[in-house]
Ligand binder design. Sequence first.
Ligand code: GLU
Length: 479
Amino acid sequence: MSSTTVRVRFAPSPTGYLHVGGLRTALFNYLFAKHNNGKFILRIEDTDQNRFVVGALENLIGALKKMGLDFDEGVGVGGDFGPYIQSERKALYHKHADELINSGKAYYCFCTSERLEEVRQKQIAEKRPPMYDRHCRELTQDEIKEKLDQGIPHVIRMKIPLTGEVNFTDLIRGEVSFSCKILDDQVLVKSDGFPTYHLANVVDDHLMEISHIIRGEEWLPSTPKHVLLYKAFGWNHPIFAHLPLLLNPDRTKLSKRQGDVAVEDYLAKGYLPEAIINFVALLGWNPGSEKESFTLKELIDSFSIERVQKAGAVFDISKLNWMNAHYLKELSNRDLTGLCIPFLKEKNYDTSDYDKTLKIIIAVRTHLNFVAEVTNYVDIFFRPSVVFENQEAEDLTKTETSKKVYLSLLEIMNSESSIGKENFKGIIKKVQEQTGVKGKDLFMPVRIALTGEMHGPEMPLIADVFGKDECIKRLKAVL
Ligand code: GLU
């Protein structure tokens, strides 16, 4: 592929948030562009005024920025093919719709919504696929003129050939063919004067010199209409590549009901952008090797459309968690603490003692899949005194063996100048030597005395957070 030809676009309709499927589309376009020294363009498809959401555009751009996907051209960046917002390009669509009317490839339709509904109901009753019955397709020039003069509301529809097939090659799906019989005379311009997605999308992809259309499989049924539109205009169409659907683990289409689908929700929970990108890159693409961990740069180097699969890709949250945990492990203690503090503050944990907070994070960090989870593990460090998690825990502190352990531990701790992760194991060893108690019988009572719980972070790290005085205070309390 020549290095100057690749121009791809991410063309979202601003719905208020960035869907993980949208991110996957944006990412694959980005990777394809960067891998081929091409341009990555952001175009906003906002011609459906009913779906207008305040602030949606800003959210979308903000989320893409946080994910590290930079555009070469488009909304917020500029470029030679603007404006990049479809609502600012209305005149262009009208001009092109008129062209199709004049060449007989499109026609005015004056049918009322009541009539269309009647037709639809009748078709449904007759078990036929609901489609426009082409009532206005054969109106005479005089009839059309009369209706236009009367100001009767109308749309513009595409004249789909009555017979034949539409064929095109898809980089992922191979040869694709649709019979014209199943294609509706698609509305191109709505009665409010706005173009439909189909017209605007085709006109823009052509005028913006898009070389490859990489988008989700849900758009595949629209593609034959687009191919016919390109033909009607006398244009070559870009190369198509339809990405596999994203699925829930039960293989239904990915839906909000089974978990979060907004990228912003994952960011808000403290998933790292790098981890999300790495995870999303593997939704339908594979590198052809065992390697699973990729930086954005590595993804650019390895990406190829040929390795995108046809079959739906399952969005497996446990894999995302695993991936994110992997990225969290790479962070320094201080960086991770910095990320945790806002989540702790939010739940009213006192983080004013930075060193203590740092030690807490060191103690709990191996448990974290994502940063927000930190608040699940820190209670033990902030309670003024031990709260037993259950009766079993409390009972365990009262056995003869436990008492023996506590007394010995108290004595040894008192003799140490400080207590922390460096000497905690040695202290426990001494207790074992002194009391003859070992293993679980030794560790469990100590853990419960310090935290009230039977499971949790490593003991030396817990001791490190509390220090000598607090450890002794807690031991005395159980005794
Ligand atoms: N506006 C469409 C969307 O919301 C774009 C589909 C396409 O890429 O053609 O996804």
